[in-house]
Design a protein around this ligand. Structure first.
Ligand code: HEC
Ligand code: HEC
Ligand code: HEC
Ligand code: HEC
Ligand code: HEC
Ligand code: HEC
Length: 422
């Protein structure tokens, strides 16, 4: 779903907008049994037909128990009557435009993405719903927090809490079983002692051993116990400090407050402004630049001119002072990273490294930016060699030597120290 914005393609923004509005169910004209529209039947034939229709038309955006692009459909018959569901699937934008409360609410919740219209019959829609109902609760809902979209993941919370409570019950049962075991062992030991006491052929040492009590004081004083406690303590401290040291310089999730409440969600998301409209050098040079106030003024000389946040831009220009944006991503100086190599040559989407920027009100560091992170991707990613004459001979050479292995960045030397270190 992460889409970049390659200016070469001449289109704006990182939209997730489906291009195929008005899909026909042509591919899956499954024989739909004439289930009476308006009721959900549990007829296996209807479910099978619904399964095929769902996979052919809906599965790219929906799952039953999971939020994908659109909401999880589990529990839809409890949320909405069939008299709502059928017109929604036939033409959701009409219902949004008509101002249906629920339709408008869910449309806004999912970042105003339009669900395509489907030319399905009432019976076909009924069979899809029957299929959805039959799959409900098949596995626990993972409420993917994708830009606030998870809010309507119906039934998610209940499935999770049901899971948690069954874990608790399991734990309680285990504890009870353990107690029963201990009690039984003590009883058995006492019975055996009684039996032994009845015997006459025991000598002094046997008796002493038999009558031995569990002596806490002696155990407490024993060097063995102290040694064990000491070792455990030292290990715990070591583990903590190693963890701490590993975290030094790691700033994944770093999200500073910026001097102006600039929102990527509003600009790159809702208004679909191309990343490179502002980060003009990201496809051309090593660094992606942060836009100067002039770029903001292309629009904000007209838009929201009275907003106090926008007035901060005017003030910066009047005073000829740059806006003091707080830097989010920062590699140490010993490492070399080049944007154009990755975005233009490698064809990697911004979102692969920066995450769902188009959904962020405030930018945060999405990736760890560690050396291991860079190298892992270089090992796994095949080189984007198509239409790049530079690679033709290298690819030929690679294929004759070990054609079975993909030609990755690392096969081309992308894990050599000197590539990333000055
Ligand atoms: C291209 C993506 C896409 C496809 C394909 C798609 N949907 Fe949706 N659907 C969405 C989105 C996004 C929403 C959330 C509302 C909105 O933004 O319009 C949604 C909402 C819904 C809802 C309301 C869910 C709720 O929890 O209230 C139903 C029902 C639904 N879709 C059914 C279907 C069915 C059935 C199909 C297949 C015939 C389908 N959708 C195909 C994207 C899609
Ligand atoms: C309207 C202009 C504009 C657009 C469009 C835009 N950005 Fe930005 N971007 C900014 C500004 C201003 C900042 C600095 C303030 C901030 O961090 O929010 C920034 C900061 C960033 C940062 C953090 C930089 C740092 O400090 O490390 C990243 C990463 C980023 N943008 C990526 C993107 C991506 C990816 C897109 C496209 C999906 C995009 N931007 C679209 C203006 C824009
Ligand atoms: C291509 C046009 C465009 C550019 C360039 C642009 N913006 Fe915007 N900006 C908008 C639009 C559209 C809105 C939404 C206005 C609305 O909500 O009615 C907006 C809203 C805002 C808001 C929210 C204002 C408020 O009070 O609601 C801020 C802050 C903002 N922009 C800052 C910036 C900054 C800083 C830059 C330069 C880095 C920038 N914008 C560049 C189009 C743009
Ligand atoms: C392969 C991973 C990767 C991709 C793809 C990527 N970036 Fe970056 N980006 C980084 C790293 C790493 C940094 C930190 C660079 C540094 O500190 O020298 C960074 C920093 C930035 C910055 C802060 C300014 C700078 O250059 O340090 C901006 C803005 C930015 N990226 C925007 C983008 C945009 C827009 C795209 C898509 C067109 C994009 N990035 C694609 C990894 C990536
Ligand atoms: C998402 C995957 C990905 C990540 C993460 C990534 N790279 Fe890359 N990198 C690539 C790809 C793909 C290429 C090859 C581009 C091409 O030349 O076709 C590449 C190429 C390079 C090259 C040029 C290698 C050569 O053989 O000339 C350097 C240097 C480099 N990356 C540095 C880094 C650094 C430093 C980081 C971490 C901060 C990083 N990369 C993170 C995918 C990635
Ligand atoms: C694909 C890029 C890449 C390659 C190849 C690479 N490094 Fe790094 N290296 C980085 C980045 C990025 C950092 C900084 C991030 C960090 O500290 O984790 C780094 C950090 C380091 C550090 C400093 C660690 C620290 O914690 O400060 C050392 C030392 C180092 N690399 C050695 C090497 C050696 C030796 C090789 C060759 C075997 C190598 N690197 C190959 C990207 C790379």
């Amino acid at each position: 779903m992460a889409q970049g914005a390659n200016p070469a393609a001449g289109e704006v923004g990182s939209s997730k907008n489906p291009s195929q509005v008005g899909v026909t169910p042509g591919t899956v004209a499954a024989a739909v049994p004439a289930a009476a529209a308006g009721t959900t039947t549990a007829d296996p034939a209807a479910i099978a037909a619904g399964d095929a229709l769902f996979k052919g038309n809906c599965a790219q955006c929906h799952a039953v128990n999971e939020v994908v692009v659109g909401p999880a459909l589990a529990g839809i018959t409890k949320r909405r009557p069939m008299s709502w569901i059928i017109p929604w699937i036939k033409n959701s934008s009409k219902m949004v435009a008509a101002g249906d409360d629920y339709a408008v609410k869910i449309y806004n919740q999912y970042q105003k993405q339009q669900m395509p219209s489907f030319q399905l019959s009432d019976a076909e829609i009924t069979s899809i719903v029957a299929y959805v109902t039959s799959q409900e609760g098949a596995k626990p809902v993972i409420a993917v927090a994708d830009g606030g979209g998870a809010a309507v993941a119906g039934g998610g919370a209940t499935a999770e809490s049901a899971d948690a409570s069954s874990m608790n019950i399991l734990l309680i049962v285990l504890v009870v079983v353990l107690i029963v075991l201990v009690v039984t062992l003590v009883i058995i030991a006492n019975i055996m002692k009684d039996v032994l006491r009845g015997r006459k052929d025991l000598d002094g040492r046997d008796v002493e051993q038999m009558e031995q009590r569990f002596d806490f004081a002696r155990i407490y004083k024993s060097t063995a116990l102290r040694a064990i406690v000491g070792v455990v303590f030292v290990l715990a401290v070591l583990y903590e400090s190693v963890q701490g040291a590993m975290g030094v310089g790691l700033s994944q999730g770093y999200q500073p407050t910026q001097p102006i409440a600039f929102s990527h969600k509003l600009h790159a998301g809702e208004n679909q402004i191309n990343c490179a409209y502002c980060h003009t050098s990201v496809y051309k040079s090593k660094s992606a630049n942060i836009p100067s106030p002039n770029i903001c003024m292309n629009c904000h000389s007209q838009i929201k001119t009275e907003s106090p946040e926008i007035k901060k831009i005017y003030r910066a220009i009047e005073r000829k002072q740059p806006i003091q944006w707080v830097r989010v991503h920062n590699l140490p100086d010993l490492a070399y990273f080049n944007h154009s190599q990755h975005t233009q040559v490698g064809g990697i989407e911004c979102q692969t490294c920066h995450g769902p920027i188009q959904n962020m009100e405030v930018v945060y560091q999405y990736s760890p930016l560690t050396m291991g992170w860079c190298i892992n991707c270089h090992r796994e990613t095949p080189l984007n060699t198509k239409g790049n004459g530079y690679y033709d001979n290298l690819v030929k050479l690679h294929d004759t030597k070990n054609g079975a292995v993909p030609f990755t960045v690392s096969s081309n030397g992308g894990t050599e120290c000197s590539k990333c270190h000055y």
